[in-house]
Design a protein around this ligand. Structure first.
Ligand SMILES: Cc1ncc(COP(=O)(O)O)c(C=O)c1O
Length: 394
C-alpha cells in the first residue's frame, strides 16, 4: 500500500485537517473492521473456556499479541497488553523492589507520564536525577552519562519528544546503562507509531507504548520487558497457573501481567493497526513525516511573529512541530485555526509543564503533528492560515 492510498481509509480526513496525531491518531477502516469482526463473529473470553468460540478468540488474541510484539522487534522478550503508555510505565515503577538510596535518572524532556511516577518514588526514599536539555531543547549525551551513577538502578527516557519531535539516541543511552549496571526504560509512545523500532537492537529493558497513537483503538498499549522480572500489579483470573486456599503460582509468560479479562477486541485491533503500518512500511512513514516536518518548519520559521520551538541543528525527528505566535496565547491560535480553516492542532503544555518552564514558554506552544494520512497540501494550509493569524496579531 502506498502512503497516498491509505488516506481513503480515514473518513475524518474528508472534512477536517487533523494535525493532532501525537495526542491520538485517527483509526483506519480495517482496524475498526477487525474489532467489529471479533464482536460480531467470535466474541468470547480468552484463555479460559474450551468451547469453539473461546478457542478461536484465544487463538486470535494470542496471535495479535505476538504480532504487536514482533512489530517492535520484541520476539525475544515478554509483551504485556496494557491500557496505554502511562499504565505500562506504572507497571515498571510499581513492579520493581525499590530500596532506600536507589537512584533513577530521567530527563526534563519527558511527558508527565514518564516523570511524575518517578518523582513520586522519592516518597519511598529513591533519589531522582533529572537531566536538563539546553535552552533550545537539545539533550547533551555527556550530561546524561554524568547523571548515571553506579547506584542508579534505572534510567527512564523518551524515545521521541511529544513537544519538539526530536528523537533521542536510545541505543547509545542503552550502552551507558549497560556500563553502569542500570536498567533502561524507553517511553515509546511517540516512536512506535512513527519510526522503525527494534527493542532488541536498542538494548533496553522495558519499552512502553500506546495503541491509540499508532492507528489502534483507545484503551490499548503495551509493556515490553526483556525479562519478565517485574512483580505483577494485580493477580486474579487468567494470571495464575494454579491456586489453592494457601496461595497461587503465577503463570509463566505474559499472562502473569494480564490479570482479568484483557481488551480482546482492542488487542486484535491494535495488531491490525501494526499490520497496516507494516503494509505501508515504517521507513516510508518516517520519511513521509520527516519531509512534512521540514516543510512545516521552513514555512513557519519564515513567518514574521512566529517562532518554532526546538533545537536549531537538524537531527532525527518525527512529524511533530511546536511553535508560538507573538502576542497570542497558543489556545487562541488553535481556536482560530479550527474556526478559520478546520485545522485541528493541540495547544498548551502537552503534559510537559516542567519542560515548558525550562524552555521559558509558560503558556506552552501550538503543536502540529502529522501522520500517514497527512498531505503536503494540509501542511501548506496550516502555514498559510498561521501567516494570516500572525499578521493580524502583530
Ligand atoms: C512521549 C509520551 N509519553 C507518554 C504519553 C502518555 O500516553 P498515554 O496517554 O497513551 O498513556 C504520551 C502521550 O501523549 C506521550 O506523548
Amino acid at each position: 500500500m502506498t502512503i497516498e492510498d491509505c488516506r481513503a481509509d480515514f473518513p475524518i480526513t474528508r472534512d477536517l485537517i487533523y494535525l493532532d496525531s501525537a495526542a491520538t491518531a485517527l483509526t483506519p477502516k480495517p482496524v475498526v473492521q477487525a474489532m467489529v469482526e471479533y464482536d460480531l463473529r467470535y466474541r468470547a473470553n480468552v484463555g479460559r473456556g474450551v468451547h469453539r468460540l473461546a478457542a478461536v478468540a484465544t487463538h486470535r488474541y494470542r496471535d495479535a499479541r505476538d504480532a504487536i510484539k514482533s512489530f517492535i522487534g520484541g520476539e525475544s522478550g515478554t509483551l504485556a497488553v496494557t491500557r496505554n503508555t502511562t499504565e505500562a510505565i506504572g507497571a515498571v515503577v510499581n513492579g520493581l523492589d525499590w530500596r532506600r538510596g536507589d537512584r533513577v535518572a530521567t530527563t526534563l524532556l519527558e511527558h508527565h507520564s514518564n516523570l511524575l511516577p518517578w518523582l513520586r518514588l522519592r516518597e519511598r526514599g529513591v533519589a531522582v536525577d533529572i537531566v536538563r536539555p539546553d535552552a533550545g531543547g537539545s539533550l547533551d549525551l555527556a550530561d546524561l552519562e554524568a547523571a548515571v551513577r553506579d547506584d542508579t538502578r534505572l534510567v527512564a527516557v523518551t524515545h521521541a519528544s511529544n513537544v519538539l519531535g526530536t528523537v533521542l539516541p536510545v541505543r547509545e543511552i542503552a550502552g551507558i546503562c549497560r556500563d553502569r549496571g542500570a536498567r533502561l526504560l524507553v517511553d515509546g509512545a511517540q516512536s512506535a507509531p512513527h519510526i522503525p523500532v527494534d527493542v532488541a537492537a536498542i538494548g533496553c529493558d522495558y519499552f512502553c507504548f500506546s495503541g491509540h497513537k499508532m492507528l489502534g483503538p483507545t484503551g490499548t498499549g503495551g509493556l515490553w520487558m526483556r525479562e519478565p522480572d517485574l512483580e505483577p500489579l494485580f493477580v486474579g483470573g487468567g494470571s495464575i497457573e494454579s491456586a489453592t486456599a494457601d496461595g497461587y503460582i503465577l503463570a509463566p509468560g505474559e499472562e502473569r501481567y494480564e490479570a482479568g479479562t484483557p481488551p480482546v477486541a482492542g488487542t486484535i485491533g491494535l495488531a491490525r493497526a501494526a499490520a497496516y503500518l507494516r503494509e505501508i512500511g515504517m521507513e516510508t512513514v518516517r520519511r513521509h513525516e520527516e519531509r512534512l516536518a521540514a516543510r512545516l518548519i521552513d514555512g513557519l520559521a519564515a513567518l514574521d511573529g512566529v517562532t518554532v520551538a526546538g533545537p536549531d541543528a537538524p537531527g532525527d525527528r518525527i512529524g511533530v512541530v511546536s511553535f508560538t505566535v507573538e502576542g497570542m496565547h497558543p489556545h487562541e491560535v488553535a481556536q482560530v485555526l479550527d474556526e478559520a480553516a478546520a485545522v485541528l492542532v493541540r495547544s498548551g503544555h502537552h503534559c510537559c509543564q516542567p519542560l515548558m518552564e525550562h524552555l521559558d514558554l509558560p503558556d506552552g506552544t501550538v503543536r502540529a503533528s502529522a501522520y500517514v494520512y497527512t498531505t503536503t497540501e494540509e501542511i501548506d494550509t496550516l502555514i498559510a492560515t498561521v501567516e494570516e493569524i500572525a499578521r493580524r496579531a502583530i
